[in-house]
Design a protein around this ligand. Sequence first.
Ligand code: TYD
Ligand code: MG
Length: 452
Amino acid sequence: MAKHSNSFTCTACGQTHGKWIGKCEGCGAWNTLIEEAPLSSGPKALGSKGRSIHLTDLATQAEAPPRASSGIDELDRVLGGGLVPASAILVGGDPGIGKSTLLLQAAASFANHGVKCLYISGEEAAAQVQMRAQRLGLTQSPVALGAETNLRDILTTLDAERPGLAIIDSIQTMWLDTVDSAPGSVSQVRAACHELVTFAKRRGVAIILVGHVTKDGQIAGPRVVEHMVDTVLYFEGERGHQFRILRAVKNRFGPADEIGVFEMTGAGLSQVLNPSALFLSERGQASPGSAVFAGIEGTRPVLTEIQALVAPSPLGTPRRTVVGLDSGRLSTIIAVLEARCGIPFAGLDVFLNVAGGMRVTEPAADLAVAAAILSAREDVAIPPETVLFGEISLSGALRPVGQTENRLKEAAKLGFSQAIAPKGSKLGQVEGMQVREMPDLTAFVGEMFGAG
Ligand code: TYD
Ligand code: MG
């Protein structure tokens, strides 16, 4: 490739191409290539001699780094037990979901717990951030605030200040004068992220980056940003709901899939220490179409209500509308109910909703989803003291899932007395819980809704 000619980078996988083509050769995605100037700070010719690197063995003398607590339990949990020094964390989420609010509160809380904290806003003026701080009652916290987008200036400041934690809101607004493209472009985001992560490691400063999410649910800019950082957290929730969930999707220092639950109030986010009680709190009388799923999020059991509505469809192709669950999963469960249990859904619209703005990703939710749909279709309520869990296989069999005892304990704690679980689950004795084991979906349908 000529030295100064632009290259074309796939925004989905980051592969570069010499010319524009419709379909990326790396990942097969269509129309994802954008033109970019080459990195001016990129590697020079690799043929020249490098120096040999220092090698050691696997034994370590260093102790596990002390983690800094934020004083916000839900945040510490998602980080895997507190903030690891010199780590790089990406917090992604839709615009307006509350990332800046969460991180300003986190900054204040870290600062109050003795971590020197810098908050750099590239999106808002200092006055705007100060107004938010006032609204959140954080004006007395010793956080150093800066409004800047030039990364060279930011890094110089960080180098002089040497804080324990720097928050960069957001990575899409940052720009490097060595890269010849607009802020927010793939090469700027990638280069800025690279500079910040390298700085974090070299200078021992923990860095939290805010990243916006595009319409299709990815952090804007290439996936490589996610690869570069140690921890990726997503801040999710339905706009209309007050609940927000901070979910670890990648964590080099702790379990992934851990969640922290928050509630957006007039005075910022407040943590929810007992999410099960909260997700079920809006639950009234037992009604058809509602089933309670005893799930596990990360290391913690969380009970959620799954709601379904089944109604005759005026459309040729009936609707399958899902909120809070993978729509492919719903289609599979409906197909299994049709094929293995002989329950037709042709001509029926199916709407499914996970209450409280929660997102359920566990396959263990299958049985509760099937129960909610069947209960709505048959207009028969599931007994209110019942929780369900179990994975449905394509044959219609129910497969045992992990952490049964934790699920049952949480359900018992919240006043449930009966659980429906797959046959062969490793069941411990949980006081006050009666467990009914089902081998397959047909047995379940027969038991709960008559012959089906
Ligand atoms: P924000 O943190 O600016 O979102 P993001 O940085 O992810 O774009 O949050 C914006 C929303 O949060 C806004 O719609 C108002 C709401 N909000 C509250 O409900 N209570 C509050 O105390 C604050 C500060 C914001
Ligand atoms: Mg913001």
